[in-house]
Design a protein around this ligand. Structure first.
Ligand code: NAD
Ligand code: DAU
Length: 362
């Protein structure tokens, strides 16, 4: 019997893509430990939930006893730590949950992992890995002519979210150096793809355009993000588990820098093509420019040379192919969208957009 891998936050956007892809590539067991916040959705995992190799544990990484119990019971060979509060705008409106889950939760998970690792047999210790999934936002913001972020770029987080992720990265680093925990940090750029909660930019614009609602671009729309298709990210993480070296950091990015304006325009063009008879076409007429995000980082770009050179990773999707797949997925899953955009989502839309001068109904 193989020891499982232990995934925190597996009911979220990247975590659920990771689990679905995991069972395409492998029949090795996996435990999903998730608190099911507003961002966690077990419907994403329905297609694999009955597999004998899959287990779900409803738990909070801030609950040390629950994490200890789950590690004791399942005896994982690796931990993939995805669980976090992940939305920058929410961290600006209410930062406290970000400090709690991203900093204190990661600390408690590291403590649990340290105790668990200490009692493993030598052969199990050799194999054990702690993968910490982090973000390019820890590196701050780039000007147009700056080189892309590399693994040695100094940390300069600008939002409460980014600061909380930077703190968690530093804790992971300290556990490698102080306790010899075989941890690896990955810092990736903006992900997009199926199952992304529609408070993030790409799914928000797709779902709004389909419903004929306004498309609220912050500021002048010239901020740049480096888009990574979620399936490429998940493939990179599997490779890091197999071949990554403990104590190392790997940057993961798709080399797809785009301004927000051009991303929204590309979504509108795709919808015009795929829904030519829509009453809302041409969809670009729904675009509106709204009050900017406070402290809005100008540009992110990831240099993924190390991952490509040392581990042989290559992104399979370019932005055009990945965006087309993503738009098609949202077109084919109206019930999923309907389900996640009811209730608490409506409140968030009011909280975030009513002060931006946007006629942006949920
Ligand atoms: P998400 O917000 O979609 O999902 C987060 C998941 O974590 C949810 O299932 C939620 O229920 C769970 N969770 C939250 N608090 C928890 C707690 N205290 N205990 C247990 N589970 C908890 O996030 P995502 O977009 O899938 O991001 C996953 C990870 O990747 C995060 O660590 C994020 O910082 C990082 N990341 C995301 C992106 C991106 O573009 N989405 C880019 C870079 C890095
Ligand atoms: O860079 C990696 C990060 O990418 C991750 O660490 C975060 O978890 C993830 O949420 C994402 O952060 P961003 O702030 O870049 O993503 P978001 O989708 O919120 O916004 C993308 C860009 O689009 C950003 O420049 C802000 C802009 N935007 C966003 C929203 C929600 C708009 O113009 N209008 C909007 O309504």
């Amino acid at each position: 019997m193989h020891h499982p891998i232990f995934v925190t936050g597996g009911a979220g956007f990247i975590g659920s893509n990771f689990i679905l892809d995991w069972f395409v590539a492998s029949s090795s067991p996996l435990v999903n430990f998730d608190k099911l916040t507003y961002a966690g959705n077990l419907h994403n995992l329905e297609s694999i939930s009955k597999r004998p190799e899959y287990r779900f544990v409803h738990g909070d990484i801030c609950d040390r006893a629950a994490v200890d119990q789950a590690l004791r019971e399942h005896r994982p060979r690796a931990i993939f730590h995805f669980a976090a509060e992940s939305h920058v705008d929410r961290s600006i409106v209410s930062p406290e949950a970000f400090l709690e889950t991203n900093i204190r939760g990661t600390f408690l998970l590291l403590e649990a992992a340290r105790a668990y690792y200490a009692q493993l047999a030598e052969s199990e210790r050799q194999q054990f890995r702690f993968l910490h999934i982090s973000t390019d936002e820890v590196y701050g913001s780039l000007n147009a002519s700056d080189p892309a972020f590399s693994e040695t770029t100094p940390y300069a987080p600008n939002s409460p979210y980014a600061a909380s992720k930077a703190a968690s990265d530093h804790l992971v680093r300290a556990y490698v150096h102080t306790y010899g925990l075989p941890a690896i940090i990955t810092n990736c750029s903006n992900n997009y793809g199926p199952y992304q909660f529609p408070e993030k930019m790409i799914p928000l614009m797709i779902t709004h355009a389909l419903a004929g609602k306004s498309l609220p671009i912050y500021g002048d729309g010239s901020n740049v993000r480096d888009w990574l298709y979620v399936g490429d990210h998940c493939a990179a993480l599997r490779l890091v588990l197999e071949r990554g070296l403990p104590g190392e950091t790997y940057n993961i990015g798709g080399r797809n820098e785009r301004s927000n304006r051009s991303v929204v325009e590309a979504i509108c063009t795709l919808l015009d093509e795929l829904r030519p008879n829509s009453a809302h076409a041409p969809h670009a007429k729904l675009i509106s420019y709204v009050k900017d995000r406070p402290g809005h980082d100008r540009r992110y770009a990831i240099n993924a040379d190390k991952l490509e050179r040392k581990l042989g990773w290559r992104a399979r999707e370019n932005f055009e192919s990945g965006l087309r797949k993503t738009v098609q997925w949202y077109l084919e899953h109206p019930a999923w969208v309907e389900d996640v955009t009811s209730g608490a989502y409506q409140q968030w839309m009011q909280d975030n957009y009513q002060t931006r001068g946007a006629a942006c109904e949920a």
